[in-house]
Design a protein around this ligand. Structure first.
Ligand code: ARG
Ligand code: ZN
Length: 849
């Protein structure tokens, strides 16, 4: 085995304040693809809150130092691999200035971290630690400074943070950490609008794109304006600069970045027209535009003391963007979608070798912690806090948070203290949600005697890597009770668990009720309860809580699927009848009916089987899911043609949630219809009036072994649109039959348009293979080997994306011995690659255990 240097873990317990404060930073960029010069002038002084007399340590990576001067006097210190030290002996006791000039090469920076080039445009990504690739600086979030930036370039569009002070000159009046720095220079066009804030400040809004994309920004702009209004109305937060710029970039590792006054976005989260973007794209754009805008207060005005506190800004900002989308769309449907995504990504993470706390206490590479746990579980924790203290107290606490910590780099302790001070709640036990990883499992049992219904709830907190012991958590359970005729006998009530076991009594009932527990998914837990299919059908028909109504349908489907997989039980009639009733219930929102119609994914079924002590067989899961779909199609057959016709969206395209709901429902029906007859899907493809319909129909055809002519037509139509071509690549793989998935993936990686250095294209191909559960986990092991080959190839070019993609392997402990061995062999093979990045190395070490 190739020796690798054990990377050092960074520990939360090692935190100390930085030796110096930086009052001001002046940066000048002379832009050049291979030889960009960066001059920096830092105004520093000793930090009174730190140990005095320390060396000044600046971070810096891949920087050629051209000059260094302190108070105008040249210094001769040479940098090392990770930075530059100015010894204490050279440092004045009071304020001083430090000037550096470095040379960097944006064109050859393929990591897309720091200053890099994308299609002839210069752009930056500094979170978490990209600024150190631009200049020598204390690259940590608790060092906040005011920045002035100027640049020299022939490119006409020259942007940085703050307000413009001249051509290519920017002043940011708000102190900020280096990770919020941004610079863009290119030949771009602006889609411009304005927003007047609550106090009357007129703000110029620009969305910058390449010339050909200018007409695709209307929805993003509309989302931005609605976000700005919403944050004023709901959180009392106003924008604080004269200008707000967004730039769309084709090569971007993540979704988007909240740089102060200059948000940089992956172009797929900005650009949309009805014929190029799906309804899901529209919803994502709205959510991410809001997310990055909301960071202006939760992230920028109040930032994180250190990267262990990442959830302080991300959990809260996800929580806020989910609230926003719920307000803009259907709150119940949004909640169902968010919970399905949470289970698919976060429960999966929490149940495997990569499980970590919402606030971890150690990391090797912080970029590996931009995870579903930090983001989505972080948001769930805030939702629980709100449930526990109540809406009014939550609003008070947030107001106190904004006044007390504005301009600060804060911690989770600060956040919880605000809640304690504003609401009087003791949150000592609640804090376990931040520090202890893993998904609690709750077991519900009940009985009924002499008119009293008793509910017994046990909580169990499984161990996770490095955390063998867990304490009981505070868990709010929203409960309702229904009678067997479907009437609500107890409206939603919050039960608060604090111990491992509880019982709750409900007297004066005439008959044993049906519990509707965990309404609205009031806590991120796995619920085990023995429910009869009859009770589930009653909940599906009558529950007043939309989340649990949908959940009852899923519980029916899941038990049908697992019974079929484990005992070859035929598809139960009560499930078919119950789903048929919901499908035909015209008073229900079509978006809700679409969700109820959708069977749990293969990966979800695998997760469920594993959680109940079985070894999932990917091929059997896939086959069972198809059998149930076909049975449901045959059962619904008499109603399908009229339903499909009824949900055609007439008139001009609207991206509204209501119109999207009709399209989603209609595609769900067409997909069932295709199990019997693919002609309606072919017809839908030919008559598609939006990308949602065109791509949806194509997916249905591919899923049924058809669609080759349509695939060719699609390619001919869209070959010049990068974002649409990502869909063309991805769909063929995610819809491939299990036996062909690896082969098709390999074939597509040899396609002339497979630009693997572009993260969107790489993900479209490689993440789609991982998303094809039965194909990726094919017994041949070809899927595993192909992914491993590509991780090895991508790692030296773009370690962040390689590390992120490696999570496809995180579920290995679920599967049989043969698959476990195959996967572990691939993980070891990758681990032995010489010069593996710290990013991918850490992921492999954690997965290998
Ligand atoms: N703060 C950004 C967001 O959530 C994410 C940026 C993460 N980028 C990274 N390379 N780790 O909005
Ligand atoms: Zn964020």
């Amino acid at each position: 085995m190739t020796a690798h240097i054990a990377p050092t873990a960074i520990l939360l317990s090692d935190y100390t304040p930085f030796s110096h404060l930086i009052d001001h930073v002046t940066l000048h960029f002379t832009l050049h693809p291979l030889q960009t010069r960066v001059s920096a002038r830092l105004s520093l002084r000793p930090n009174p809150a730190a140990v005095q007399g320390q060396d000044l340590r600046l971070d810096g990576e891949n920087l050629s130092l051209l000059s260094l001067a302190l108070n105008g006097k040249p210094l001769a210190h040479a940098p090392d691999e990770t930075g530059l030290t100015i010894p204490a002996a050279d440092l004045p006791n009071g304020p001083f200035t430090l000037e550096t000039e470095v040379e960097i090469s944006p064109q050859t920076n393929t990591s897309l971290d720091g200053l890099y080039m994308s299609n002839g445009m210069y752009c930056t990504q500094c979170e978490a630690q990209g600024f150190r690739k631009i200049t020598f600086y204390p690259d940590r979030p608790d060092v906040m400074a005011r920045f002035d930036v100027t640049m020299d370039t022939d490119l006409p569009t020259q942007l940085s943070n703050g307000n413009p002070t001249g051509p290519g000159a920017w002043h940011d009046p708000w102190p900020k950490p280096a990770y919020l720095f941004a610079l863009v220079a290119g030949d771009l066009v602006a889609h411009t609008d304005h927003f007047t804030t609550l106090s009357g400040r007129r703000v110029t809004l620009n969305i910058y794109t390449r010339a050909g994309d200018a007409h695709k920004c209307a929805y993003a702009m509309d989302s931005l304006i609605r976000s700005m209004r919403w944050d004023e109305q709901v959180y009392g937060r106003e924008y604080d600069l004269d200008i707000f710029n967004i730039v769309a970039v084709d090569d971007f590792n993540m979704g988007a970045m909240e740089n102060k006054g200059l948000n940089i976005f992956n172009s797929k989260l900005v650009l949309a027209t009805p014929d190029t973007a799906t309804d899901d794209d529209y919803a994502r754009i709205e959510a991410v535009i809001a997310h990055e805008y909301f960071h202006n207060w939760t992230g920028n005005r109040i930032t994180c003391r250190d990267w262990f506190q990442l959830c302080l800004k991300e959990g809260l900002t996800v929580y806020r963007d989910q609230q926003f989308s719920g307000d803009m769309r259907s709150a119940p449907v949004k909640r169902i979608e968010d919970v399905l995504a949470l289970r698919a990504r976060q429960f999966r993470e929490d149940g495997g070798p990569l499980a970590h706390a919402v606030r971890p206490d150690s990391y090797v590479e912080i970029n590996n912690f931009y995870t579903a746990t930090i983001y989505e579980k972080g948001a769930e924790v805030i939702g629980m806090l709100k449930t526990l203290v109540g809406d009014a107290a939550y609003a008070d606490a947030l107001n106190l948070y904004f006044t007390r910590h504005d301009g600060h780099a804060a911690t989770i302790e600060d956040w919880l203290q605000v809640f304690t001070d504003a609401t009087g709640h003791d949150l000592t036990q609640f804090k376990h949600w931040y520090t202890q990883a893993g998904t609690p499992h709750l077991t519900l049992t009940d009985d009924f005697k002499n008119g009293t219904y008793t509910l017994y709830i046990k909580q169990n907190n499984p161990t996770t890597p490095g955390q063998p012991h867990k304490d009981p958590k505070v868990i709010p359970i929203a409960l309702g009770l229904l009678s067997t005729s479907g009437a609500e006998v107890l409206p939603t009530t919050i039960l608060t668990l604090t111990q491992a076991e509880h019982s709750f009594e409900f007297p004066n009932l005439t008959a044993k009720p049906i519990p509707s527990a965990l309404r609205g998914f009031s806590a991120p837990v796995v619920l085990h309860q023995t429910q009869s299919n009859t009770d589930r059908a009653i909940l599906l028909a009558h529950d007043t809580d939309a989340f649990n109504k949908c959940e009852a349908g899923r519980a029916l489907a899941k038990s049908a699927l697992t019974d079929h997989i484990l005992h070859q039980t035929p598809t139960p009639h009560d499930w078919l009848a119950a789903i048929t009733a919901v499908t035909r219930e015209t008073t229900l929102d079509p978006a809700f009916r679409a969700l109820t119609l959708r069977l749990p994914s293969d990966d979800d079924i695998a997760q469920t089987l594993h959680a109940s002590g079985h070894i999932p067989d990917p091929a059997a899961i896939h086959a069972a899911r198809r059998t149930l779909q076909t049975d449901l199609a045959n059962h619904l057959k008499p109603h399908l043609p009229s339903l499909i016709a009824a949900h055609q969206t007439p008139g001009d395209f609207s991206p509204s949630a209501i119109a999207a709901g009709h399209r989603a429902f209609r595609l769900g029906l067409l997909s069932l219809m295709a199990r019997i007859d693919t002609a309606p899907a072919t017809h839908a493809y030919q008559n598609a009036k939006s990308m949602t319909e065109q791509l949806g129909a194509l997916a249905i055809l591919l899923d049924n072994g058809m669609g080759q002519p349509e695939l060719a037509q699609f390619h001919a139509q869209w070959q010049n649109d990068r974002l649409v071509m990502d869909k063309w690549f991805g769909l063929q793989i995610s819809m491939a039959a299990p036996d062909h998935a690896a082969h098709i993936t390999k074939f597509l990686t040899e396609h002339a348009d497979f630009d693997w250095k572009n993260p969107n294209r790489f993900r479209a191909v490689i993440a789609s293979l991982a998303a094809n559960h039965a194909g990726f986990h094919h017994a041949s092991g070809q899927g595993y080997a192909l992914l491993a080959d590509w991780l090895i190839k991508l790692d030296p070019v773009n370690p962040q994306t390689a590390a992120r993609m490696s999570t496809a392997f995180e579920t290995w402990p679920r599967y049989d011995q043969t698959r476990q061995t195959l996967i572990r062999n691939e993980l070891s093979r990758i681990r032995q690659t010489p010069n593996l990045s710290r990013n991918l190395g850490e992921m492999l070490d954690r997965m290998l255990g």
